[in-house]
Design a protein around this ligand. Structure first.
Ligand SMILES: *Cc1c(COP(=O)(O)O)cnc(C)c1O
Length: 376
C-alpha cells in the first residue's frame, strides 16, 4: 500500500504527460516557456484571483511576500500556528523577523482565532515587537475561518498570508483556498494535493502592485527588463517542464481527483468514527485532504498503533511530532503561548494513507487493522 500513490496517477496520464514534457524538450524553452504563462492563467482562474506568480517552491512563495513588505527587522512580529510544517516558521527568521507561535483548535488543528488575538494583545502589551502579519496555514487541506481572521487582521492592521501549501483545492464559504489572504501561496511538491514532478510553488493575489513587485523579486529584482535591476531579489522560477506536467495534472485534479479523495475521506470517517477521533470538516468548508489525520487517546496508544500498522504493511506518518516552538532551530525565540493543544496533537495524531486512487478494499484494510488493534 502507498501512503500517497503517485505511480498509479502517472500511469493514468502517462501518454499526455510524456508528450507534454517532450514538447518542452524539443522547443528547449526550459525557463519561462509558454506553459508557465498558460499555467499561471489557469491556476488564477481556478482559484478565483487576478494574479498567479509561479516560483521554485512553496517556501520561496512564503518568503517573497515578506521580502516585499520589508518585514526584515527582529522587532517585526509574524504570527503563525504552532502546529504546522517547519517552512511556515523558518521563512520568518530567515528574512530577519520574529515568529510568534499561536495555539491551534482541537477539532480542525488550524490556528485558533481567539488565541491569535490573545497573542497579538500580549505582544502589544510587552511592547518589544510590532505586530505585522499573520501566516494562516490551511492545515491538512482545510482552510481556516478567514472571516474571523480578517476581522482580527483589520482590527490590528496586519497583513494576511494564506499558506495554502496543503490547501489547494479546498474552499471556504464557496471561495477557493489560495484566494483567502492578501497574499496566498501554495506548493507543488509531489505529495501535495496538486503536485509536480519536482519542486514548484505559486503565489496568488488580486493586487496589481504586489503582482509587479513579486515578479520582479522572483527574477533578480528586475525592472523594465532582466538586466535592469531595481531592487534586491533572487532567482525563484518554476521550470517549464514542471508547468507542462502541472497543466496535465490540473485537468484530472479538477475532473475527478479532488472529488475522489473526498470520497475516500468520507469512507474512512464512516468506518472509523466510533473508534478514534476523525478529522472534522466544518459546515461551509471543503478540504483537499492533503492528509487524513486521526487522533488517539495517548502518545503510547498512537505509537503502538503506528508500530502495529507497520507490521501489516500499512504506511503512516506523524504530522507533526514536535510543536514548532520546541524546535531547536527556534531556540532563543521566546514568543509563544502556552500551546497546550499543539503539544497534545504532536503526541496523539497519526496520518493515514490517503490519495484519489485509494480503493475500497484498501480503505477497509486500514480501517479493519485500526479496529483490530483498538478492540483486542
Ligand atoms: C510543504 C509545505 C511548505 C513548503 O513547501 P515546499 O514546496 O516544500 O517548499 C510550506 N508550508 C506548508 C504548510 C507545507 O506543508
Amino acid at each position: 500500500m502507498e501512503f500517497r500513490d503517485l505511480k498509479t496517477q502517472y500511469r493514468k496520464i502517462k501518454k499526455d504527460v510524456d508528450q507534454a514534457i517532450t514538447n518542452v524538450m524539443s522547443r528547449a524553452a526550459f525557463i519561462s516557456g509558454d506553459e508557465v504563462r498558460e499555467l499561471e492563467k489557469k491556476l488564477a482562474e481556478y482559484v478565483g484571483v487576478k494574479h498567479c506568480i509561479t516560483c521554485a517552491n512553496g517556501t520561496d512563495a512564503l518568503t517573497m511576500p515578506l521580502m516585499m513588505w520589508g518585514y526584515t527587522e527582529k522587532t517585526d512580529a509574524i504570527f503563525i500556528p504552532d502546529f504546522t510544517f517547519f517552512a511556515t516558521g523558518e521563512v520568518i527568521p530567515f528574512i530577519g523577523a520574529t515568529p510568534v507561535f499561536v495555539d491551534v483548535e482541537i477539532d480542525t488543528y488550524n490556528m485558533d482565532p481567539n488565541k491569535l488575538e490573545e497573542a497579538i494583545e500580549s505582544v502589544i502589551k510587552k511592547g518589544k515587537l510590532t505586530p505585522r502579519a499573520i501566516i494562516y496555514v490551511d492545515l491538512f487541506g482545510q482552510p481556516g475561518d478567514f472571516d474571523e481572521i480578517k476581522k482580527i487582521a483589520d482590527k490590528y492592521q496586519l497583513k494576511i498570508i494564506e499558506d495554502g501549501a496543503q490547501g489547494f483545492g479546498g474552499s471556504y464559504k464557496g471561495q477557493r483556498a489560495c484566494s483567502l489572504g492578501d497574499i496566498s501561496t501554495t506548493s507543488f511538491f509531489p505529495a501535495k494535493p496538486l503536485g509536480c514532478y519536482g519542486d514548484g510553488g505559486a503565489i496568488f493575489t488580486d493586487d496589481d502592485n504586489y503582482n509587479d513587485i513579486l515578479r520582479s523579486i522572483a527574477v533578480h529584482g528586475k525592472g523594465t527588463f532582466k538586466y535592469d535591476n531595481v531592487r534586491i531579489g533572487w532567482n525563484s522560477r518554476l521550470d517549464t517542464i514542471q508547468a507542462a506536467v502541472l497543466l496535465e495534472k490540473l485537468k484530472i485534479f479538477k475532473e475527478y481527483e479532488l472529488t475522489n479523495v473526498n470520497l475516500v475521506a468520507q469512507k474512512y470517517t464512516e468506518s472509523l468514527s466510533k473508534y478514534v477521533v476523525c478529522p472534522v470538516v466544518k459546515k461551509g468548508f471543503y478540504s483537499s485532504w492533503a492528509q487524513y489525520t486521526i487522533r488517539l487517546k495517548s502518545k503510547n496508544e498512537r505509537d503502538e498503533l503506528q508500530k502495529y500498522l507497520k507490521t501489516k504493511n500499512i504506511p503512516t506518518n506523524v504530522y507533526y511530532p514536535k510543536p514548532m516552538h520546541t524546535q531547536e532551530a527556534f531556540l532563543g525565540i521566546d514568543e509563544y503561548q502556552d500551546c497546550t493543544i499543539s503539544k497534545l496533537l504532536s503526541e496523539t495524531v497519526l496520518s493515514l494513507p490517503i490519495h484519489p486512487y485509494m480503493q475500497d478494499d484498501e480503505i477497509k484494510e486500514v480501517a479493519d487493522a485500526i479496529k483490530d488493534f483498538l478492540t483486542s
